[in-house]
Design a binder for this molecule. Structure first.
Ligand code: 0X9
Ligand code: ZN
Length: 305
């Protein structure tokens, strides 16, 4: 019912997960978790195997934090499809874990990028703190080491951190979902583009996280699976060391504050003219490849952590 032939609107995505809840009421639970600045409904979908066991550890996946990274929500949708509509192939991923997926965080920014070709490469949300420029970078707005690196106080900058931590409704919603799962989240995965990279804490500085070995082990599982699948070479490792330091990211927050043992930012491959715009015919190969890596990381977490 939801093909990979085109990029879907925020409403189509919400309708799709609501539809899944109606079709699979014993395995799927959709929750409205808040609203964007422009009052779009933000939802999570919880996928279980329907055995009724409560409080299983959780694998949390989010997508669409940055407006222009369209392959991210497309991948989030594909993850949901695999877990729900292809449950029979993926039972092992749901035996002792529930999955919570938030397929669209920055719905306002996403719809803005869809509204006109001149807006296609917008990154931030749509809340404004200046006459001149709009938008806050949601991935600089989380309250861990807020503002210490890789972020800007200039409202016109693409990495504008906002007036304070969690000034934005969209990052606040992600925080609240993460905190509601505190003590349960074994794996936090945030989907972005473009890389390809598997990045793990820390982001705020070139410092090893306490369980750096475990984090790298999971990231490596993703790297190995995708390499074996089609030969694409992802890079993996400490975020700041491998790329650049930036503070206020959701991945550091999920790890440091919300207690996720494993936290990974997956930067999907580039495509199209500007890297963020793989053409619609590339959606299918991109999300299928991404799923191979996601599945491998999830299995590593399930088996070892
Ligand atoms: O800069 C970001 O927020 C992310 N990269 S993106 O191109 N999707 O915007 C996060 C990348 C991982 N974090 C750092 N490299 N610090
Ligand atoms: Zn991004």
């Amino acid at each position: 019912r939801m093909g990979t032939d085109c990029y879907r609107s925020h409403l189509e995505i919400n309708n799709y997960i609501e539809d899944l809840q109606r079709r699979f009421p014993h395995r799927v639970f959709v929750k409205q978790v808040g609203y964007t600045f422009e009052n779009r409904a933000l939802k999570t979908i919880t996928v279980t195997n329907g055995d009724g066991r409560k409080n299983k550890p959780v694998i949390f996946v989010d997508a669409g934090m940055h407006a222009r990274e369209w392959i991210s929500p497309a991948t989030g949708i594909y993850v949901i499809q695999q877990l729900v509509e292809h449950f029979d192939n993926n039972k092992n991923l749901l035996k002792d874990h529930d999955w919570v997926v938030m397929p669209m965080i920055n719905a306002d920014g996403y719809e803005f990028t869809r509204s006109d070709p001149s807006n296609r490469f917008w990154r931030k949300n749509r809340k404004s703190y200046s006459e001149k420029c709009d938008g806050v970078d949601l991935n600089r707005n989380f309250d861990y080491m807020y503002g210490v690196s890789g972020t800007s106080s200039d409202p016109c900058a693409d990495t504008f951190k906002g007036p304070g931590p969690f000034s934005e409704p969209e990052s606040t919603v992600v925080r609240d979902v993460l905190l509601s799962l505190k003590g349960r989240t074994s794996f936090y995965l945030s989907l972005h583009s473009y890389g390809p990279y598997f990045l793990h804490p820390w982001s705020y500085a070139k410092v090893d996280a306490p369980n750096d070995e475990e984090l790298s082990d999971v990231a490596r599982a993703g790297y190995e699976a995708i390499l074996a699948y089609g030969g694409r070479v992802y890079k993996y490792g400490n975020t700041a060391k491998l790329t650049y330091a930036a503070a206020g990211e959701s991945s550091d927050y999920a790890y440091a504050v919300a207690g996720a043992r494993i936290s990974v930012t997956m930067e999907l491959p580039s495509g199209g003219k500007k890297g963020f715009d793989p053409p619609p015919q590339d959606i299918k190969p991109y999300v299928e490849e991404a799923w191979v890596g996601i599945e491998a990381m999830a299995m590593r977490v399930i088996e070892k952590y």
